[in-house]
Design a protein around this ligand. Structure first.
Ligand code: PLP
Length: 349
């Protein structure tokens, strides 16, 4: 069986496991401890912070470690909303965000916030003009992802960031599917908050980060109050091995096409399908709709691939993917659609 579900999770790279090893049993001291062993852990964490910051053109002090992109997205959106619990306010996002963003917004709507969900075009792209038209006097935040996890579509985040900056509205982007694969510069893109995840880039599960512009002065309300870790934005003892692993994943991220990519393309061209998501997609995510049920069946009979219908998070429910519905696929078309995701690598541009 071939594993082609790398958008759902990647293996941890052997170099990453190696880098993490010593921080489990040998150097296990609490990185907040005021002794030499604490210093050692703190320095290792700082090194990872620098590696990650450099990758996105940020300052090390602006990287807040979390348990993953879901928590980062929750922190970004609730963190802004909770500053405005009394007067409430308006949030703009899209209808094709990851479920952790959509369910956060749904929760905030129950608290009295208002949310506009921008629909994509048939090509899966969010139009910055529509985002602009949705802006109100009480808009607190715009949250639009960078690369869609089901379609691989690359959203025009730089244009949306420009526009948000012009209107002095905070801009957050979920970059779980683009970090390390595409160039990101938070200043060039005018991004105020950016979510990343370890296990989408050959890092360990259970670690991620939120970039927060000027984090030390940020008014963001923490979700986990604690002992002042992560400049007070995320309490809890910093998990040294996981953080070192995230840093190592960034360092060792591959920048080449593998044998798996070539063998995939040779096999898939034997079938009749259309690729969803138009022109602007990353090369490692293929969302395809087979021409007919018979063709889908032939593929399933001949190829025993580990792939997804929709995202992994939807797999347990019988409802068609909200992303495929949003780009206009019928329930019947969604049933013969699959997401094939190949090993991630740095896309040269
Ligand atoms: C995987 C993923 C997430 C969730 O990341 P975790 O680190 O597993 O919480 C969020 N957004 C997107 C776009 C993803 O692909």
């Amino acid at each position: 069986m071939k594993y082609y579900d790398f958008s759902a999770s990647t293996p941890t790279a052997i170099e990453v496991v190696e880098a993490m090893k010593d921080w489990h049993c040998d150097s296990f001291a609490n990185p907040s401890a005021a002794h030499v062993e604490g210093d050692k852990a703190r320095i290792a964490i700082q090194r990872a912070r620098e590696t990650i910051a450099e990758k996105i053109g940020a300052m090390p002090s602006e990287i807040i470690f979390t348990s993953g992109a879901s928590e980062s997205n929750n922190l970004a959106i609730k963190g802004v909303a909770f500053q405005n619990l009394e007067q409430k306010g308006h949030i703009i996002t899209s209808s094709i965000e990851h479920k952790c963003i959509l369910n956060t917004c749904l929760f905030l709507e129950k608290l009295g916030f208002q949310v506009t969900y921008i629909n994509p075009g048939k090509n899966g792209l969010i139009d910055p003009k529509q985002v602009k038209e949705a802006i109100r006097h009480d808009t607190l935040l715009i949250s639009i992802h960078h690369v869609n996890n089901e379609l691989g579509v690359i959203q025009p985040v730089a244009d949306i960031g420009d526009m948000a900056f012009e209107h002095e509205i905070l801009f957050h982007s979920d970059a779980a599917q683009s970090f390390c694969k595409l160039d990101i510069d938070v200043d060039d893109f005018n991004i105020d908050m950016l979510s990343i995840s370890g296990h989408k880039i050959y890092g360990p599960k259970g670690i991620g980060a939120l970039y927060v512009r000027d984090a030390r002065e940020s008014e963001l309300v923490p979700l986990i109050h604690g002992g002042g870790q992560e400049v007070g934005l995320r309490g809890g003892t910093s998990p040294t091995p996981l953080i070192v692993g995230l840093g190592a994943a960034v360092e060792y991220f591959p920048n080449n096409v593998s044998e798996q990519h070539i063998s995939f393309e040779n096999v898939i061209k034997e079938y009749k399908f259309v690729r969803n998501g138009g022109e602007k997609t990353i090369p490692t995510t293929w969302n395809i709709t087979f021409e007919s049920d018979e063709e889908a069946k032939r593929f399933n009979d001949e190829q025993n691939w580990l792939i997804s219908q929709g995202s992994a998070c939807n797999a347990m429910s019988n409802t068609p993917s909200h992303v495929l519905s949003a780009i206009g696929l019928s329930e019947e078309e969604a049933r013969r659609s699959y997401r094939i995701s190949l090993p991630p690598f740095k896309v040269m541009n």
